[in-house]
Design a protein around this ligand. Sequence first.
Ligand SMILES: [Ca+2]
Ligand SMILES: [Ca+2]
Length: 177
Amino acid sequence: MTFAKQPQTRFDPPPQVARDYEQRLSISPVGNLEWLYSLPGDLDQDGRVFMDDLIVFDIHNETPGPFAATSLEYLIDGNGDGYIASDDVTFVGIHMNQALSGFNVYAGGAADLPADAEAPSTLAPLAYVSIADAQGDPETERLRFSLPVVAPTGSLVWIRPLLSGVEGPASMPVSVP
Ligand SMILES: [Ca+2]
Ligand SMILES: [Ca+2]
């Protein structure tokens, strides 16, 4: 039996709850709302956590970081410690069979924000973006999404993933410039 080699240094892992659905929402200079794909354990980025995600893990196991947030390795490093190792495969098991079909996009004022990330939405979504509309190569980079913002200056915009048909945690909002 051999033991997995340990990296020389590891980063302090950020809180996992914050990392799980970290979409890095932003508004580009040309006014597009942009964010990154994030479903913990979905390493081939096909919208479902399943056994085939373990194949992707095996390909990248024992890869040292640090990893850019836009990289595929960033997703595979499930515990966010900057190194892909056997403890990261845990997240495939935890989220097995979870599915992400797309994102609801919301715009409104501060009073329209959910009371907390898990609270129910209090207004209708502005738009829905399917995972089929993702940009990028899922085998080499983290998928990304882009949508023209149609909301007044100063509005807040945020997104929520649809997880097996149910709204997941709200992202941090961004302000329309
Ligand atoms: Ca998958
Ligand atoms: Ca790791």
